[in-house]
Ligand binder design. Structure first.
Ligand code: GLC
Length: 491
């Protein structure tokens, strides 16, 4: 039998923005626990929570000062255990976000390294910087008090760990054991392709392996984790060509990797088909299936990138493919990116690049629950301003409106469990602009063209992303799930 995660729907919770339990304006574990009924109602299989470890929050938790404790902003270990128990009670699995590439500059190791201790070996410290650039803009090296330089591929508050050092490896194995021992079901691995660095610290040059991205040695690290993980899944955050990405999903490594290139694929049946084929082929070659994704906390929301109709259609299309799907919390409400004014920016990526790099705050704004004060998210002041128009997206309102984005996804998630049983996918003949995939007697039809598409005779609609006044037609910007076999229950 295939493991639970291979075809799972995982709900990505940006914890700061999900639900605030204590009124300080920042989402937390108490809020997340209180919101679990809503997560379960939607019909997902698992929850991935963004980092809640002890952290000064220079990159909103992706700067970890203690991997085995909870930041007081979010609660404590008891609150975590309570959350985990309540999630499991509702049949939801839980994935933690593991941040192995770097730590906080407040992590005890870096504090000691800065003071000149032997912990310096656990980081990348040199007497001269290279030309490497930080992902958040500017140089990737900053000076230490003694005049040496340390590497940070992200903010200066996020020094990179030296994974060539056995102490780093042993410590992370302990961290994995710690959370698995508490009952966690798996992990999302942040910056999975960044851990191995060129020992010679060469410059970035065409034709030679990149000095710090996606080096082959990184896979040794994940092979060593597999012995600790047992059957637990982990999903790699690794941007790259399909074959390189799928390598992280090998059975003796993490098991799963995000198929990010969907996010860069234009709204075209032919282009989407190419992306899906390339990802499926690369993953199948290593015995895996892709982790499909339409959005996350690092990019503009899909409803803004594509518009609301296409966004919902893309969700149904990806949910119909063999593999897992990671749903970014708020996308089930069809939320657009919020327009966060520069004086309220919190994202180090835009603050550090002076607005040159995209602002990620717009996709991280607290979720609207009700049309009441604070959108039902908080009794205090939300950490990012919630737009005045957002009550119209409120979860409470959408759950009772059969035409809402939430209801479309809710129906689809229920149907997904019985409809998409085969792991095969083949494409049917259809006219240009329409993509029709078959898995057993189930069909997915995505209409990227500007003309309606008539269903083949003998098929029935099981779920659809649009209003669907005419049951024999898939309208432009719509995705429909069809069957020419038995229907267990119709939408
Ligand atoms: C990943 C995270 C992102 C974070 C970065 C540094 O890309 O998704 O939010 O800023 O890693 O940890």
């Amino acid at each position: 039998m295939s493991p639970w995660w291979r075809g799972a729907v995982v709900y990505q919770v940006y914890v700061r923005s999900f639900l605030d339990g204590d009124g300080d304006g920042v989402g937390d574990l108490a809020g997340l626990t209180a919101g679990l009924d809503a997560v379960a109602r939607l019909g997902v299989d698992a929850v991935w929570l963004t980092p809640v470890y002890r952290s000064p929050q220079a990159d909103h938790g992706y700067d970890v000062a203690d991997h085995r404790d909870i930041d007081p902003l979010f609660g404590d270990l008891a609150a975590f255990d309570a959350f985990l128990a309540e999630a499991h009670e509702r049949g939801l699995r839980v994935l933690m976000d593991l941040v192995p590439n770097h730590v906080s500059d407040q992590h005890p190791w870096f504090v000691a390294a800065r003071a000149g201790g032997p912990e310096r070996e656990l980081f990348h410290i040199r007497s001269r910087p290279t030309g490497w650039r930080s992902m958040f803009g500017g140089p990737a090296w900053s000076p230490l008090p003694d005049g040496d330089w340390y590497l940070h591929l992200f903010a200066p508050e996020q020094p990179d760990l030296n994974w060539a050092h056995p102490v780093v490896r042993a410590d992370f194995a302990d961290t994995l054991r710690f959370w698995l021992g508490r009952g966690v079901d798996g992990f999302r691995v942040d910056v999975a392709g960044g851990l191995a660095k060129d020992p010679a610290y060469g410059e970035v040059r065409p034709g030679v392996p990149h000095p710090h991205w996606d080096r082959d040695e990184v896979h040794d690290i994940y092979r060593s984790w597999r012995h600790v993980l047992g059957d637990a899944p982990a999903v790699a955050e690794a941007w790259g060509p399909p074959e390189r990405t799928a390598a992280f999903a090998r059975a003796d490594e993490l098991g799963q990797a995000f198929a990010f290139d969907v996010l860069r694929t234009p709204w075209s049946a032919a282009a989407l088909r190419r992306t899906v084929d390339a990802q499926l082929a690369a993953h199948r070659a290593v015995g895996a299936l892709p982790a499909w994704v339409a959005g996350n906390h690092d990019i503009a929301r899909v409803a803004t990138r594509l518009g609301p109709e296409r966004a919902l259609a893309l969700h149904l299309f990806l949910l119909a493919l063999p593999g897992a799907f990671y749903l970014y919390a708020g996308d089930e409400l069809g939320l657009p990116d919020a327009d966060v004014p520069p004086e309220r920016w919190q994202d180090p990526q835009s603050l550090r690049s002076g607005g040159q790099l995209p602002n990620r705050d717009g996709a991280r704004v607290p979720l609207p629950w009700t049309s009441g004060p604070g959108a039902g998210f908080t009794t205090g002041t939300p950490w990012l301003p919630v737009p005045a128009t957002w009550p119209e997206y409120a979860r409470e309102r959408q759950e009772t409106d059969p035409a809402s984005a939430w209801s479309v996804l809710h129906r689809a998630l229920a149907a997904r469990r019985w409809l998409w049983t085969s792991e095969d996918l083949s494409w049917e003949d259809a006219r240009p602009g329409v993509l029709v995939g078959r898995r057993g007697d189930a069909l997915v039809a995505l209409n990227t063209s500007s003309r309606p598409w008539r269903l083949p005779p003998g098929t029935a609609v099981v779920a659809r992303s649009g209003a669907g006044a005419d049951p024999t037609i898939v309208t432009p910007a719509e995705c429909a799930w069809l069957t020419d076999g038995p229907v267990r229950f119709a939408a």
